[in-house]
Design a protein around this ligand. Sequence first.
Ligand code: PLP
Length: 483
Amino acid sequence: MMEKKQKINALKYANKWLEIIKDENHPKEELSKWIIDESVHNFAEYFNEGWLEDRKSIREAWHFASTEWKGHWGTFQDILGRNYIDFLGWYGLMSHGWSHPKVISAVMAQLKRTPMPSQELLDPLRGALAKIMAEILPGDIKYSFFASSGTEAVEWAIKLAKLYTKKSAFIVAVNAFHGKTMGSLSMIGKKDYREPLGKLYGGEVYHIPFGDADALERQLEICEKIGVWVAGVMFEPVQGEAGGIVPPDDFWPRARELTKKYNTLLIADEVQTGLGRTGKMWGVDNWNVVPDIITTWKALGAWVMPISAFSSTEEIWQVMMYPNPFIHTTTTWGNPLACSAAIAGIEVMISEDLPKQAEEKGNYIMKKLQEFVKKYPEIYESVSGKGLLIGQHFRSKEIGYKVTAIAFRHGLLMTGTLNSAHTVRIEPPLVTSYEEIDRGLFILGEALKEVSKSLKIKKKWTKIDFLNEKVENKNLAIENKNI
Ligand code: PLP
C-alpha cells in the first residue's frame, strides 16, 4: 500500500516538472517563485544543506535565490529575469558562451538519431572526434579516450602512466587541483579535501612547489637514489584552482628535459587550461612543450554536454590496446551525444579563433585589473593569470567575499577558487563581448569603491565588525533587465 502511494507521489511530481521542462514560454512569476522555493527546499532536504549556506546566489539575492534559467553569450538571466554578466564562465566550462547555436543544432540533431552507444556496433562519432583531436593536439599525441568528467580523465592518465612505465610514484605540485576521486585526490596539493580520507593512492606521491624546476630536479634525483621509481610528473600548465598561477618561463621546458632524463612521463592536466583558455589551444603551447599525456575537459563539450579526454602517443597507447584492449572502459564513454557537442565545439574553437580571443580579451581585462591593484592596495595583493584564466588575490578571504557579494548584487557573477581562500577568479566565456567585459569591469570598479569606503570607516571605528556590517541586501541585478 505504502509503495503504491510513493509511486503515485513520484509520478505526480515528475509530471509537474516535465510540464515545466517542456514549456517553451518563460514561467509566470508565481510559478517562478514556486520553482525557486522548491529548489531551495529540495537542495536542503535531498542534496546537501551545507551547499546552500555558502551560496552568494542565496545569501545575496534578496528574498528569492538566484536560480539559473537562460542566457546569451556572456550574460545570463535568472528565473526572475535578473541579468548577470558572467565572469565565472561556470568554472571554466563555458568557453563557447551560453548555448552556442552551432553546438546546440549539432547536439539536437544527434539527440534525435542516437544519443547513447551500444558499445558493440561501431559508433562513428567517437572515431571522428579522436581524429579531430589528433589534428589539434600538440606534437605526436594521437590517441584519445573519452569520459565525462575531469577527475576521470586524470584517473585514467595516472593509470596509463603506471601501465606504460610499470612504475608507481608520482610527482605533483603544492596547491594543484586534479579532481576528487581517489587517485586524482591523492595528487592535489591542499589538505582540506585529502586529510579527512586518510591514506589514498597506494604508491608514493611527492609534492613540490609549483613552478620550481630545481625542486623537481632534486625530487627526481632523490627518488632515483632511494630506488623509488616515478611513473609520472603531473602539473597544470597554469594552476587554475590555485587562482591563475603562471609558472616561470623555464618551468615547463625544464620539466620536459628532466622527465626525459629520468625516464618518466610528463602529464599536462589541461582540464581547465585546454582548448583556448590561456590564449593558446593548449596551455603547454605557451612554452612549446609537448607532454606525454594530456587530459582535457571543461571546454571540450562546449558547455552543452559533459565530455573529457585523456590522450597520448602511439607508443604509449600500445598498453591500452595490447594484450587487453578492454583494460580501460566505461559503458557510456565517448557517447555520440557528447561527441557531437565536442566536434561542433572544436569547429567553433578553430573557425572563431577562440584562443586568440582569449589572449586579446585577457590582456584587456588584465590591464584594467592592474589599475585596480594600484588604486586599491588595501584591497588587492595582486592579480595573476594568462588569457582568460585570471586570479584576483585579495588581502583576505573576507575582503574577497565582500567584493564579490557587492558585485553580485549589482549583476556580476564572480566566485572563489577551490585551493586559495583569498582568491577570486575571472574566467568568462571566451566569446564574451567587449561590451559585456566593460560592464563587468564597471560593476567590479563600483564594488571596489564601496569596499574601500567601508574599510576606511572600519579603520575609524575599530569596534564595528566590517564583516557583520549591515548592508542593504537588495539585489540590484533586478534593475539590469535590459542589459
Ligand atoms: N583538473 C583540473 C586542472 C581542474 O581544474 C579540475 C576541476 O576544476 C579537475 C581536474 C577535476 O574536474 P572535475 O571537477 O570535472 O572532476
